[in-house]
Ligand binder design. Structure first.
Ligand code: CP3
Length: 343
């Protein structure tokens, strides 16, 4: 197996800089669209054979150095008792948002194997099929990001409901975060037991908080989840979107790899984080719309700057956009493999 990605996660010597992409299986790929034309998104997530097939698509088509389980961060939210739908226009919709103590009380900590068997079946299929290829990354949403979806009922602009709960009923907010943290720990432990060789925790909305609120309301929970999951012995990646203002805290979160977005120069992030952590990122997803030479220049710059870190895994600074031309993505992967550090 090509374990370059796993070695880079551990900060070991690698022959070249490994690359994968957040949302690498998805709508920009015609092969994904073909599968999706017959099933809706949630059905696809819950069908282990199909979910495994689309997980493998970018590995075969692009030659990335890791596969990421095809699923969604909101699957365990449904297992905690909320009704989940995906609308083509609005994205995820949770029809009865959690905004009171009684609503939090009603949420259950899922029996993960029992309530989401398809996730672990997908992982078991993938481990067999990926044997001679690349490692499999499992994932979950970070407690804070999951809380925003549960409280807002979907995506939001100002996150007013979330912040009102935090500021006006902070005990209820903390109670919700405790339940989410327990769920995330048992969900990810089970993914690792089923075979996931690394895990990524997505904190898409970490950067909407003032640093002091991140420190108080989000950080303690993700740190707890990471310290528990460390016992499982696989590399842990924490992706914090819009991370620039909270790097001081992120340095202390305890993960092996920190995923950063593109709004900060990777050199500045590395300077602030120091030599103890591997960095993942951070090409602007829209850079995939640049002419090829310009795209290559940006790839080279990130690769070159990334060498200052303990280790570097190339990725985008957030998920790939559905409008992205697949040939540009292939060119990016090739550029990383061509120009990445060589020992
Ligand atoms: O990275 C991968 O290829 C693995 C699959 C994956 C999906 N979602 C598939 C998906 C992963 C890791 C996620 C994580 C996820 N889901 C996050 C965190 C990462 C991020 O992008 O910030 C979040 C916030 C979600 C919630 C979610 N799921 C939203 C807001 C949406 C709608 C917007 C969108 O991009 O479509 C989804 C839907 C979704 N999740 C799709 C896919 C492939 C599109 C569904 C479709 O086929 O129509």
């Amino acid at each position: 197996m090509n374990d370059t990605f796993l070695r880079a996660c551990r900060g070991e010597e690698v022959e070249y800089t490994p690359v994968w992409l957040m949302r690498q299986a998805g709508r920009y790929l015609p092969e994904y669209q073909a599968v999706r034309s017959n099933v809706d998104f949630l059905t696809l997530c819950k069908n282990p054979k199909l979910a495994a097939d689309v997980t493998l698509q970018p590995v075969d088509i692009l030659g990335v150095d890791a596969a990421i389980l095809f699923s969604d961060i909101l699957i365990p939210v449904e297992a905690m008792g909320m009704r989940l739908e995906f609308s083509e226009k609005e994205g995820p919709v949770l029809s009865e948002p959690v905004r009171s103590k009684s609503a939090v009380e009603k949420l259950t900590i899922p029996d993960v194997e029992e309530d989401m068997p398809f996730v672990f079946d997908t992982i078991r299929i993938l481990i067999k099929e990926l044997e001679n290829k690349v490692p499999l990354i499992g994932f979950a949403g970070a407690p804070f990001t999951l809380a925003t979806y549960m409280i807002e009922g979907g995506t939001s602009k100002n996150f007013l409901h979330t912040k009102k709960l935090m500021f006006q009923y902070n005990q209820v907010f903390h109670y919700l975060m405790e339940k989410l943290t327990d769920s995330v720990i048992s969900y990810l432990s089970a993914q690792i037991k089923a075979g996931a060789q690394a895990i990524q925790i997505f904190d898409t909305w970490a950067g909407i908080l003032a640093p002091l609120d991140y420190k108080k309301f989000a950080f303690p929970y993700v740190r707890k989840a990471i310290s528990e999951l460390k016992k499982e012995g696989v590399p842990i990646i924490y992706f914090a979107n819009n991370c620039a203002g909270i790097l001081g805290e992120l340095k202390k979160v305890g993960d092996d790899v920190l995923g950063i977005d593109w709004r900060i120069d990777i050199s500045d992030a590395i300077k602030k984080l120091g030599k103890k952590i591997v960095v993942q990122g951070n090409l602007d997803p829209c850079a995939l719309f640049l002419p090829k030479e310009k795209l290559e220049e940006r790839v080279k710059e990130i690769l070159w700057k990334g060498e200052a870190a303990k280790g570097h895994i190339f990725n985008l600074g957030h998920g790939i956009l559905p409008q992205t031309p697949p040939e540009n993505v292939a060119a990016m992967v090739e550029a990383v493999h061509t120009y990445g550090r060589k020992k």
